[in-house]
Design a protein around this ligand. Structure first.
Ligand code: AMP
Length: 115
């Protein structure tokens, strides 16, 4: 838990969120500013600021985030049409909340490469 972290506050229930998935290790909720018909953020309950802060003990946790993304995509009905699961690392890549989160985006065509 990091006191100034918005997503830790969502984990603790101190900031409301539209939660779509919960497990012992992870939580997922709808992005407040959706960039696609489905835009869900999957986060670990544990505070980790960026991908660069992952350590060996987080291997299972990172796997949990992708397993959650898979389940959410099926729940949202975008698993067959296609979706993107992406994590930004640091400001230059667009990270604005420093508690790692997997963006799960789908429900429309997604171009590549991203901007
Ligand atoms: P990133 O820019 O990769 O760090 O992604 C942060 C995401 O968090 C953005 O897509 C924001 O729209 C989203 N976001 C910020 N505040 C909230 C909030 N209170 N509830 C849900 N999503 C949020």
């Amino acid at each position: 838990m990091s006191e100034d972290c918005l997503f830790c506050k969502i984990v603790d229930g101190d900031v409301p969120a539209d939660i779509v998935y919960e497990s012992d290790s992870a939580l997922a909720f709808r992005d407040i500013s959706p960039q696609a018909p489905t835009h869900v953020l999957v986060i670990p309950r544990k505070h980790i600021s960026t991908i660069n802060d992952l350590d060996e003990f987080d291997r299972q946790l990172v796997g949990d985030l992708f397993m959650a993304a898979k389940q959410i995509a099926a729940q949202e009905g975008i698993d067959e049409s296609g979706y993107r699961a992406v994590m930004n690392c640091n400001k230059g890549a667009g990270q604005s909340v420093f508690h790692i989160h997997l963006h799960v985006l789908g429900g429309r065509g997604l171009s590549w490469p991203p901007g």
